[in-house]
Ligand binder design. Sequence first.
Ligand code: 13P
Ligand code: SF4
Length: 364
Amino acid sequence: MTAALAIQDYALLEDADCTARIVAAKEKLGDRVVILGHHYQRDEVFRHADFTGDSLKLAREAARSGAEYIVFCGVHFMAEVADILSRPEQVSILPDLAAGCSMADMADLARVEKCWQELGQVLEVETEVTPITYINSAADLKAFCGRHGGIVCTSSNAAWILEWAFTQRRKVLFFPDQHLGRNTGYRMGIPLEEMVVWRPGKPLGGLTEEQIRKARIILWEGFCSVHQMFRPEHIDRFKEKYPDARVISHPECCFEVCQKSDVIGSTEAILKTVRASEPGTRWLVGTELNMVNRLRQEMKPRGVDVHFMSPTVCMCSTMFRTDPQHLAWVLENLVEGNVVNRIQVPEEDARYAKQALDRMLALG
Ligand code: 13P
Ligand code: SF4
């Protein structure tokens, strides 16, 4: 082991130099390292991933990986999940520690515990309410769900998870993404009036006791700043021009956008659906720009047109933080025997969070 290489020495490197150094470092590390890449990663990083996928697929890859080092090209909560699901001697690394998720930050343990305690003034929470956290959340919130008989969900399994939750208790507290909760609940047949929004910071979440008693799903007031940019009028305008076009959206989009979409799915499901379409199909896609641009390039030679839903650029700025410079930096440090940017969830949180994650993974 030598002194850790400094990120400052990488900041001015050209992408092409980084690419060569990443390839060389990967070769030296061999199967000691695995690189997981979320679909929203920029091309210059995405091309180095050994496995790509949505949050669920990547969580499963992390759980089954035998590699000593799991380098997660994604955001903070994903590297936490990799740490929780991997063996204790494996090391989870996030190339840029500033790669967070603004939606995940909208719920924190103190406010969720306060919400639970306030709901407890109206309901028997431990027997009446299953807490569900979207995987886009901090590890201590997953641990909260583990402790209280709850579970984790992702954008690809939210419907099964809600169904499971209702077999346990008759109500659900869903955080942090209100849209995923609402869109999924509605598709399962729960009327909008039975899904209420909990506004943290307001007494009783801004709800009356009556509203809480009647609700089947209590939705935390969180959202994704990227997906909220897609609006129903974007779909209307596009359909005026291309009436036969199909619309596919991520379930983090608002209710009105999902209602106007032909298909709703996780990033992996969006890719699979568009890839399976016939030549001549035209798609309007409501999810992050890097992924849509890559899909557009891939499908063009196959005669499938892919359009981005918003007229403005909607990139996930935190996913974008992982650049070839940071990836080269963490890998070359590993070659030198130095671990930088390790993500390690405190043991107690990890134990309970794993219970909530295992419940999800066991549902298939
Ligand atoms: P997926 O699990 O569908 O990849 O979504 C992750 C995410 O953060 C979407 O904004
Ligand atoms: Fe978080 Fe939205 Fe970025 Fe996904 S796209 S990582 S939900 S901020």
